[in-house]
Design a binder for this molecule. Structure first.
Ligand code: GLP
Length: 241
């Protein structure tokens, strides 16, 4: 793992944007794996800025998002579809048909997950997978468990994740309790992984991910087994490293 410590959130976002932009410039048909949550918002802002300045072209880029809540429509303000459209896709020249996000409103979740996994295999490999980190060490929506999850599948959110994400909803009861998420094995298939972590709240989880035992109780610790991971953390998140 390569660790880049930055002074603040803005610098973390800029470092990540430079890495993503270099990849797109080198390979205009690149496939990106994208994350949601508050952590990558700064990265997306930087990418939009670079696009507006004519530095990057998304016309041939394909994206796969990590996860989506089950039960929220694509237009629900807290759905990850809405988030991606609002924060990135509507502001750049990416083709809608090249943006993949799991559908959280399907009847047959298993079938949808299998199709999503197949699409990643067909269009992939994902060249850069962006990840955030949950306070409990989760990546995507892969929660602490007895075993590392494999492919894209349905997950039940832990109380800690619901608690952490309730800030985006009117009340805790509105946070969906289930999601569709790329599995750990899906994430590990990416050629390069960029883990973004900011804020003191994530410091313990980051230490466990980077320096702790590799265990499904800390899902992000599996990244120690990947040969091309770049962790970009601001100084608060990196304080125990
Ligand atoms: C969420 C998402 C993850 C995200 C993480 C951290 O629940 N499913 O993809 O990386 O938790 O979120 P945030 O960046 O808002 O702290």
């Amino acid at each position: 793992m390569r660790i880049i410590k930055t002074d603040d959130y803005e610098k973390m976002s800029k470092e990540a944007a430079c890495l993503v932009a270099s990849e797109i410039i080198e390979n205009p048909k690149t496939v990106l794996g994208l994350a949601t949550g508050s952590t990558p918002l700064g990265l997306y802002k930087e990418l939009v800025k670079m696009y507006e300045e004519g530095k990057i072209d998304f016309s041939q880029v394909t994206t796969f998002n990590l996860d989506e809540y089950i039960g929220l429509s694509n237009t629900h303000e807290q759905s990850y579809h809405y988030y991606m459209n609002n924060n990135l896709f509507s502001k750049i020249n990416i083709k809608e048909e090249n943006t993949y996000i799991p559908n959280g409103l399907v009847v047959d979740v298993d079938e949808t997950c299998q199709i999503y996994e197949k699409e990643i295999d067909e269009k992939g490999p994902i060249q850069i997978q962006i990840l955030g980190l949950g306070e409990n060490g989760h990546i995507g929506f892969n929660e602490p468990a007895e075993q590392f999850s494999k492919n894209t599948g349905e997950v039940v959110l832990t109380d800690s994740t619901i608690e952490a994400n309730k800030r985006f909803f009117d009340k805790k009861e509105d946070v969906p309790t289930k999601a569709v998420s790329m599995g750990i094995a899906t994430i590990m298939k990416a050629k390069k992984i960029i883990l973004l972590v900011n804020g003191a709240k994530k410091a313990k989880a980051l230490k466990a991910v980077v320096e702790g035992e590799i265990t499904p109780q800390v899902p992000g610790s599996v990244l120690q087994l990947h040969d091309n991971v770049i962790v970009i953390a601001d100084k608060e998140a990196a304080m125990y490293l």
